[in-house]
Design a binder for this molecule. Sequence first.
Ligand SMILES: [Ca+2]
Ligand SMILES: [Ca+2]
Ligand SMILES: [Ca+2]
Ligand SMILES: [Ca+2]
Ligand SMILES: [Zn+2]
Length: 463
Amino acid sequence: EYTDADNNWTGQTSAVQTFFGINQAWQYYVNRHGRNSYDNGGANINAYNEAGFTNSSGNTYWSNASWSQGSQVLRFGDNGNAGAGDDWNATDIVGHEFTHAVTQFSAGLDYNGESGALNESFSDIFGEMVELFSEGAVDWLVGADRGAIRDMTNPNNFNDPDTYLGTNWVAVGGTCDGTNDFCGVHTNSGVQNFWFYLLAVGGTGVNDNGDTYTVQGIGTTSAARIAYRSLTQYLTNSSGYADAKNGAIQAAIDLFGDCSNEVLQCARAWNAVGVNSTDLYGYDIDVDCTILTFVHGLGIDLHYTAFNDIQSDCNIASNGALVDFEAGHVIFLKPGFESGDGFHAFINPCAAPRPAPPVESVVISGAKPELNVPGEAPGFEAWPNPSDGVVNFSFKTDRPSAVRLTVYDGNGQPVYQWQAPDESPAGELKHTWDAQAMPPGLYYAELVTADNRMVQKITRIQR
Ligand SMILES: [Ca+2]
Ligand SMILES: [Ca+2]
Ligand SMILES: [Ca+2]
Ligand SMILES: [Ca+2]
Ligand SMILES: [Zn+2]
């Protein structure tokens, strides 16, 4: 309900626009997401038009719009003049502020740092979606009807980042308050804004990390369903960008199915905007060349599972063949691959399985990855494995021999070494490695004797 002091509405186009925008936002959430008002409980919506705001110096100004969490009121400023054309109540802005209320009653993203940037971004995203719902077209510019302040197609146009930690990113740390926009919430929002734009519309380019990307758009309707489900089901008050990536991928899996094109484009779009953190679902794109090269250097089989398109120029293959493999497949690079050769793998996401390509030293298998190779390390045992604390080793030697045990982390850095005191007699030897201080992850134990060099993969898990 909008009230007016004298109930004479002539000439009050600004109030009418505010009322219209709120109605459109309310209708959008009901019709597209089944959400009844911002609290999903049919709450009344209170708003002030031609509202004043107080800046961090205590002065009043009129060039803003807001949602107040405490009083649960929307406010829209008139930009300090009577003309309605520059008022802060364009439909996308009203949708933006309304979405802050939705966020308060769902994820509750704290309004500072990365969670605050996500809070701002969801408001920009659904502000544009309300505008699209209302007008049948989306301009991806926040507030263009009165003067744009952000561009989701190219955040750099308004000095916002398009890449996580990239150009224009505002460092998050120290005190986040009104003097620094709560550590750049209206700036760092550009990363998720661009993710959403790429997911909806698609695009190709090179991000600030120098990574090339190609994303096929899945349309605004599907992209908005993913974003809404992430916001309302998976994110919490302290969520950051890594959580936003996981939440969106999980939401896409829920809505469209594991390994669906929507999921793959969602993961690609996050990588496109530089959120390269490992996701929880195996949709990672990056091949870690350091690890592959290191594991190969130990002389054991390489197994790599890829669920998405990967491209690697790790120099670990020997025959230069181009190998096609598909989502969910495992690629085994057998011992004998020479360094200095190229290895490229391109995934055809979720296509039907096809026969293994005729490349002798590459075996395509649908099995789950199993890095340890039975028979490769005869008589060299490690247990328990996985281990949440200590790891026991036992090994047999056929003749007196020097013995050296080295444990490497997943990046190939030695983290532990033990040597038998001197020439150990033939027979069984045991040794215990106290790994309690080691972080969870993959480790490789290498045993060198006079006759053998053997490797075991060890998984260190959280107690
Ligand atoms: Ca009046
Ligand atoms: Ca005005
Ligand atoms: Ca707009
Ligand atoms: Ca850029
Ligand atoms: Zn906002």
